[in-house]
Design a protein around this ligand. Structure first.
Ligand code: NDP
Length: 490
């Protein structure tokens, strides 16, 4: 390498060093006057409604700042899938859904507002930051707190995609009920794997084989001890799952490599529960803020500030932190404190200036209340296969949306308001029904359509399935797009 190429490399490094901080997080001063005239303005916008988001909101709202929570596709976040939490202070034992509900009540009591919509994009090219939602609303935010959590990882092996929702699941609390007396496999060696295995036992499954890829589990010791006490649970170390095998309709087993002997063998099973960790939901910040190789956001020193001004983050999106409810709640609260401090100390936002913004502040509450005229409980429920035949399969050219749910399934509850809204929006054009997939009266329909996972959304037309979504939280926008596709079509 000659001096010339060294010089070029040197100047490139210099340019890059200059560019990276400004590319991933503008450090220029923000001017409060720039918020004047901006519609749908909020002081603090929180992306995500898990423990981090709600605890950030509690501080924002208690400090009397205009605080809006964009709920996202999974209101309440991953914690809603946890049946038993025994390490959240103040509770010896509490379920995830109960804890989330209590936090939500508390958050709302201080005046923070929840918007049942999801993020589409965020634009940092000017300030206040411009956030576009799935429903097409544009919100201008003086500060944004990212608490979008994480999404379950996949194995990327043959059979996983094919049998997802038909035996492969990442939610025992949602789907455990379909595997009563059946043998199942849990993949993973962390706290979630322990939790999934215990939940499956509680649902009355047969044998549970836990496949751990290393020679030890990383789950907390008391969890591991709990697994060992259960006669039905068998832990196999040094294993690698190679394939999920089935007959085209359902799973029959998993093909496993014994990493010590090099031998392959098959474990017969009807269900495979993945508990192999999760990846942060930070796709919308790629190349816009500093993140590590895995997509976790890097905080500035010991704060909740990202590499971009007025953009904070907390909870599972954060690099180098344990992913636990209490940590999410604590870091969320800290992010709330820092954003309030920024609004007051750095921006100089005070009551007098806020009064000037009265007309441009976001005022969704009343409009939203007017839109939600139908209650989820009013959604018609089909209880027998006969009813299903008449109402769904013989509905002719009218699209029929069927929501298969189970009582314990948190994702099903999360999606219910969106389904109810679609039922109302398309009242005379689309029929919408809910079906408890575990009802005995519906057993023949459950078997016919292989409903082994909830939520399962099927749209029928002329007695045939035209849309099929499993184990996915569909937003109101997505559901509307799906039904619209089939209104009026042949
Ligand atoms: P973790 O990342 O902690 O564990 C993932 C597990 O999956 C590890 O054992 C890992 O193996 C294994 N794994 C990863 N990829 C594969 C693969 N391709 N094939 C086989 N195995 C794989 O995730 P968890 O969801 O268990 O936990 C996430 C966080 O949530 C943790 O901080 C945990 O403490 C917390 N949590 C807390 C709970 C509570 O407090 N009640 C309950 C549940 C979770 P390896 O160990 O070899 O890397």
């Amino acid at each position: 390498m000659n001096i010339f190429s060294h010089a070029i490399r040197g100047s490139l490094t210099f340019v890059l060093l200059l560019c990276i901080p400004s590319c991933i997080g503008a450090k220029k001063e923000l001017n409060l006057q720039d918020v004047l005239g901006k519609e749908n303005l909020v002081d603090i916008l929180i992306l995500g409604s898990g423990p981090a988001g709600m605890n950030a909101a509690i501080h924002g709202a208690r400090s009397r700042f205009n605080t809006l929570i964009l709920e996202g596709d999974t209101p309440g976040g991953q914690l809603t899938r946890t049946l038993e939490i025994e390490n959240f202070p103040g509770f010896k034992k509490i379920s995830g859904p109960d804890l989330i509900e209590a936090m939500r009540d508390q958050t709302e009591s201080f005046g923070a507002e929840f918007l049942p919509d999801s993020l589409k994009s965020i634009d940092f090219s000017s300030w206040p930051y411009k956030v576009t939602t799935e429903d097409g609303m544009i919100i201008h935010a003086m500060t944004v707190i990212v608490t979008t959590g994480s999404a379950p990882r996949k194995l990327n092996i043959p059979g996983e995609e094919e049998y997802f929702g038909k035996g492969v699941s990442h939610c025992a609390i949602c789907d455990g009920t379909f595997y009563r007396d059946q043998d199942v496999v849990v993949i993973g060696g962390g706290d979630s794997a322990v939790e999934e295995a215990i939940q499956l036992i509680n649902f009355g499954v047969g044998k549970v084989t836990v496949l751990v890829r290393g020679d030890r589990m990383r789950a907390v010791k008391c969890g591991q001890e709990r697994l060992k006490k259960e006669d039905q649970i068998f832990i196999k170390h040094n294993t690698q799952i190679k394939e999920i095998i089935g007959d085209g309709n359902e799973i029959t087993g998993v093909k496993v490599l014994d990493k010590i002997t090099g031998e392959y063998y098959v474990i017969p099973a009807k269900g495979v529960f993945l508990a192999i960790g999760s990846d942060p939901n930070t796709w919308f910040l790629k190349d816009k803020v500093q993140m590590d190789k895995r997509g976790y956001l890097v905080m500035q020193k010991r704060t909740q500030l990202t590499s971009r001004k007025a953009l904070y983050a907390a909870g599972d999106v954060e690099s180098e932190r344990s992913h636990q409810a209490i940590i999410a709640a604590g870091t969320g609260r800290q992010a709330g404190i820092e954003s309030v401090k920024f609004l007051t100390d750095e921006l100089g936002l005070d009551r007098k200036f806020m009064a000037k913004l009265k007309d441009t502040y976001y005022k969704g509450k009343n409009e939203k209340a007017a839109v939600h005229v139908m209650k989820p409980a009013e959604l018609k429920k089909l209880k027998t296969s006969q009813e299903f035949e008449t109402q769904v399969l013989k509905a002719g050219n009218t699209p029929v949306l069927v929501d298969f749910y189970t009582d314990m399934c948190p994702t099903c509850k999360q999606m219910l308001p969106a389904i109810t809204q679609v039922a109302k929006d398309y009242e005379h054009k689309v029929k919408v029904f809910k079906v408890n997939a575990t009802d005995e009266g519906i057993a023949s329909i459950r078997d016919k359509y292989k409903v082994f996972s909830a939520p399962r959304i099927l749209i029928f037309k002329n007695g045939k399935i035209v849309e099929d979504y499993v184990n996915e939280v569909l937003s109101r926008k997505k559901l509307s797009d799906l039904v619209e596709k089939h209104i009026g079509s042949k």
